[in-house]
Ligand binder design. Structure first.
Ligand code: ZN
Length: 366
């Protein structure tokens, strides 16, 4: 079992140093695997557009049944993913504890490659198969945002990038936006003429002390996580302060309401302090939320049943490439791959799940 195609591919990919925008070496191995399977692929120009060294890889495998299905996984990983030394244990693969494992999302990549291999080596009829291996997912879904969707023919998609066991079906993910505040005050000598200065830190403090954040309602959150500014010399009144945060909501409209409030509040909260306040919001992605009786969710549930694995339909609090695919008209759910504790040094991958992703993919195309 340990030496399955999926497991070998996973270990090979994990051993390659990689971060977002530096996926070239990972991409080259995937390309080599596809070539070995006799499957053609195209690399797009996303790498150039985002300042990375690799583009998204697109695969189309014609089917012998009508229709086509879309699968995806991302090639990059979060920081902390260089020098990974994976340990294969009885039922799981771990890192050595001083790096992540990058099961997010190389379990998805290895599983999708295994699915392609199985479809290729089988004589059974199958639908057309489209695959997109994306870049720079972890830094704002950049690869999927820069892909040209006009070539996509599938209406139904499965993104193998969910944490939790194989059989986890992610039916919703939130909208998300990045929020930034800049406060401009006025510098002055703090000892000789402080009354000529305007302290930007005080302005920013007023905004943050009174803004609504944390859990906004049952489906929305906001978090201001980073501040910058000030002078290390205590004799200057601070003239600049900056803050960055984010907001999310399962309902896109609710998020837009909060963003409008955020802009208004930041201007109003400084009161009579004569600072200039600039605010900015940047959309990361738009929410999706499927009913359980949507075709793509029902199909996923059916395949879990056929495979005899427990199925759990969940809502995600995090954005994924599926947010982008759904905006482009492909009904795409997230699928658990058996990765756990992702983005931490405790990350691990269930071996059994890694072995069976390819089988799940093959069954979905039948
Ligand atoms: Zn991921």
């Amino acid at each position: 079992m340990k030496s399955s195609y999926a497991c070998q591919t996973f270990l090979e990919l994990v051993n390659i140093d990689c971060v977002s925008k530096e996926e070239e070496a990972v991409s080259k191995v995937i390309q080599q695997k596809l070539t070995e399977l006799g499957i053609s692929f195209q690399e797009d120009k996303a790498g150039k557009s985002i300042g990375g060294n690799a583009g998204n890889l697109y695969v189309y495998l014609p089917g012998t049944l009508p229709g086509s299905v879309f699968f995806s996984a991302h090639m990059d990983r979060v920081i902390g993913g260089k020098g990974i030394r994976p340990h294969v244990e009885q039922d799981r693969i771990t890192s050595s504890g001083d790096t992540i494992l990058a099961a997010d999302d190389l379990s998805g990549v290895a599983g999708v490659l295994d699915g392609l291999r199985r479809i290729r080596e089988s004589d059974l009829p199958h639908k057309g198969v489209e695959v997109l291996f994306t870049v720079a997912e972890e830094i704002g879904l950049l690869g999927s945002k820069h892909f040209d969707y006009s070539r996509i023919r599938s209406k139904e998609g499965y993104l193998f990038d969910g944490d939790g066991r194989l059989g986890t079906i992610v039916k919703s993910a939130p909208s998300q936006a990045v929020l930034e505040i800049e406060v401009f005050g006025k510098a002055a000598h703090a000892g000789c003429e402080p009354e000529k200065g305007i302290n930007a830190i005080i302005g920013l403090s007023r905004i943050l002390a009174s803004i609504r954040d944390g859990r906004l309602d049952t489906e929305s959150t906001a978090n201001f996580s980073y501040i910058q500014g000030g002078k290390s010399s205590t004799n200057i009144v601070c003239d600049y302060a900056y803050c960055k945060g984010e907001t999310r909501s399962k309902h896109h409209e609710n998020m837009l309401d909060y963003i409008a409030y955020f802009h208004r509040h930041a201007k109003e909260a400084v009161g009579d302090l004569n600072v200039v306040v600039n605010t900015k919001d940047t959309l990361v992605c738009e929410a999706f939320d499927f009913d359980r009786d949507t075709a793509v969710v029902k199909n996923a549930i059916r395949v879990c049943g056929d495979m005899g694995i427990p199925c759990e339909v969940v809502d995600s609090g995090g954005c994924m490439d599926a947010n982008i695919f759904n905006v482009h008209g492909m009904e795409t759910v997230g699928m658990g791959t058996g990765m756990e504790e992702v983005h931490t040094f405790s990350e691990y991958q269930w071996l059994e799940d890694l072995h069976r992703i390819g089988e799940m993919i093959e069954r979905i195309t039948r």
